[in-house]
Design a protein around this ligand. Structure first.
Ligand code: KG4
Ligand code: ZN
Length: 352
């Protein structure tokens, strides 16, 4: 079965063709550069860019996969959570295509897409060895940071174990980068600069250190960087800048890895997964690997391109429902603020 996936929840316009085993035939992502000068996403500009890019991105995906819309068995589109105007553009495109081409369409939770990205396989990459269910996943992106237990591909098989009380990890990367004058998005640039910095170079707060909880908090750390900048000014020399980045990143990675392993132990699973844009972070990938090995766990990490927003993960996440013959054509709408915890299995896994 071939699925067309569409993604427009934030600042990436994506279209992808994926089969129901997760094989990616085409995955086109157009990142919006228009936000860089503002140090964060401007919702109105995001919607306008999705409107402009949706058509071309769709055509590129179809051409790359060498298929036409008639060959596609169904459409999966991100319907929550995200920026409302941005989501509406993708959903309206999906509904229009479904109506014009007589296809079924299903709405997909963007976060479920991230959690299932680890099942995607790309023709130009070595064959992936996907995780066995159940697993515990750390999802760390620009809008969300939480731990989930995943028992299956459906919403009622996913349970939130703990989430951030304030900023998402990616948001902290972005805000710290802004305070340091490094532009948007902050994650990739901090990742690069941290490589040559001293991770103990600057006295910064430790996020929720020593607490045996599966919740996160990054605002104290972010404020601690802001205070340091207020006191010392933006780093004048390259090495100090690298040290600030390395120390900040070390603090974030420490807490993410520690809680991932804690959650896996509590849930007694054998496999852990990291997902979302921050899962592209080099230090997080390395440290999670070492910690998982030490704890006797298997770590599965999506390829870099599957970590940040893309439509392939949305297509695959929708494929299960499309394969069952489901169709949201008459009911599909957007739900910008709905959290995954509120629509998944009831009962919190939070302890301590
Ligand atoms: O998953 P994603 O593309 O979009 C959301 O759903 O939010 O994640 C984007 C976030 C941004 O905050 C970006 O700064 C962060 O992921 N990010 C990274 C890296 N690459 C992207 N954070 C740390 N290290 C990276 N290499
Ligand atoms: Zn995302």
């Amino acid at each position: 079965m071939l699925v067309l996936g569409l993604e427009s929840s934030c600042d990436e316009t994506g279209a992808a063709i994926v089969d129901d085993t997760g094989r990616v035939l085409a995955d086109v992502v157009q990142s919006q550069v228009v936000h860089a000068e503002f140090g964060g996403i401007v919702p109105e500009l995001a919607s306008r860019d999705h409107l402009k890019n949706g058509g071309p991105v769709l055509h590129q995906a179809l051409a790359k996969a060498n298929v036409s819309l008639a060959d596609v068995d169904g459409i999966a589109v991100t319907c929550r959570p995200g920026l409302s105007g941005a989501l509406l553009v993708g959903v309206q495109l999906a509904r229009g295509l479904a109506w014009a081409c007589d296809k079924r369409v299903v709405g997909v939770d963007h976060l479920v897409g991230h959690l299932l990205a680890v099942f995607l396989s790309y023709p130009d990459l070595p064959a992936a060895d996907p995780p066995k269910l159940p697993f515990v996943a750390l999802l760390a992106s620009g809008g969300h940071t939480a731990l989930y237990r995943v028992d299956g591909f459906e919403l009622d098989r996913v349970r939130e174990l703990g989430a951030t009380r304030d900023d998402a990890a990616g948001e902290a990367f972005d805000k710290v980068a802004k305070a340091l004058g490094l532009g948007y998005p902050g994650g990739p640039v901090i990742d690069r600069l941290a490589k040559e910095g001293n991770p103990d170079g600057i006295p910064l707060a430790r996020p929720m250190s020593g607490k045996h909880t599966l919740e996160f908090s990054f605002s104290g750390l972010k404020t601690s960087v802001a205070r340091w900048v207020e006191e010392h000014g933006r780093p004048g020399d390259d090495q100090t800048l690298r040290d600030v980045c390395a120390t900040f990143q070390r603090r974030v990675v420490d807490t993410l890895v520690k809680k991932l392993i804690l959650a896996a132990r509590q849930e007694r699973v054998e496999t852990v997964v990291i997902a979302g844009g921050v899962a592209a972070n080099r230090e997080l990938r390395e440290r999670a690997k070492t910690a998982a090995e030490k704890a006797g766990l298997r770590l599965v990490v999506p390829p870099f391109r599957a970590c940040t927003d893309n439509a392939a993960m949305i297509a695959f996440a929708g494929s299960t429902r499309l394969a069952r013959g489901e169709d949201d054509s008459d009911t599909l709408s957007v739900s910008p603020k709905t959290s995954l915890a509120s629509v998944t299995r009831k009962g919190s896994g939070r302890r301590g």
